[in-house]
Design a binder for this molecule. Structure first.
Ligand code: PMP
Length: 287
């Protein structure tokens, strides 16, 4: 299967794709990215992902390298050239290439790279039995709502999770769970209320989060967008996480504490079913 990347206006073989050493993404993590899943060669929720990219770039005063309409064209072309039915696309925009200086360079065009990867579906065993998470302090910067390429704190948290054989790390701001290193975090209280951190500068507003909240409300589930504590999470009836690659994934253990019955809960399973249906309606893909 060909593996083709898009780099600043050119389609190139992945192995040969490269960016300049003075790219500000490399020097200062001065850039933004998106990860978008595609099924049957069509993007899932492409519009909100590209809107979020635009919003993140705006927050950093980086101009859009091309219009959203043009990005859609390049993405479709890239999917075709890679010949993959299902997978993911990374779209990465940096402030561009300039001699090293903290100040924004003048007259420098943003750099745009897109790469395609194999799908990152959760394992059937994870869906069936749920996953474990650990907790660790949230040491990220204050603008987690911007999907910045500065992911070092997320990398360290995810590595810590892996060393404890956990799927994800839930990040703690004092007593509150903000989100995961690479996903959003949720609980169901014993009163059947779905609780997740509100959209503040302390979390990334997940596209999956938006969809899941809408689906939950449509299904008559009470939703509270508020911070929840670790104590509350440990005694919750159910817990789960969401992301573009994990979809809706049940969480059955937080550190050494078993959540609920220790198996995926009925509300979480329902939300997964609704989310899978959302994917099917948009792309025709059946899990
Ligand atoms: N929070 C963080 C920190 C993430 O990295 C991600 C995944 N990009 C998410 C939440 C989930 O976002 P989405 O549903 O848009 O994939």
């Amino acid at each position: 299967m060909p593996h083709i990347a898009y780099v600043n206006g050119r389609y190139v073989h992945h192995m040969e794709a490269s960016v300049h050493i003075e790219d500000r993404g490399y020097q200062f993590a001065d850039g933004i990215y998106e990860y978008i899943a595609f099924y049957n060669r069509s993007m899932l929720d492409g519009a909100p992902h590209l809107k979020r990219l635009e919003r993140s770039l705006k927050a950093l005063s980086i101009p859009m390298p091309m219009s959203i309409q043009a990005m859609n064209v390049v993405i479709s072309e890239l999917i075709e050239r890679n010949g993959r039915e299902h997978g993911g696309i990374y779209v990465q925009v940096t402030r561009g290439v300039a001699r090293r200086d903290h100040l924004f360079p003048k007259n420098t065009a943003p750099a745009l790279v897109m790469t395609v990867c194999a799908p990152k579906f959760p394992k059937p065993v994870e869906i069936k039995h749920g996953v474990c998470v650990i907790t660790t302090p949230d040491i990220r910067w204050g603008r987690c709502d911007i999907k910045s390429v500065a992911l070092l704190a997320n990398v360290l948290a995810k590595q810590e999770a892996s060393s404890h054989k956990a799927r994800e790390a839930w990040l703690m701001d004092g007593n509150d769970v903000t989100e995961g290193a690479v996903s959003n975090a949720y609980i169901f209280t014993k009163k059947d209320v779905l609780v997740t951190h509100p959209l503040t500068e302390g979390i990334l507003g997940g596209i999956t989060r938006d969809v899941v909240i809408t689906l939950a409300k449509k299904a008559g589930i009470a939703v509270e967008e508020r911070a929840f504590t670790l104590v509350e999470a440990r005694s919750a009836a159910e817990a789960f996480l969401t992301s573009t690659s994990a979809n809706v994934l049940p969480v059955v253990k937080i550190d050494d504490h078993v959540v609920g019955e220790g198996t995926p809960g009925k509300h979480t399973r329902k939300l997964l079913e609704l989310y899978i249906d959302h994917i099917y309606k948009q792309t025709g893909f059946k899990f």
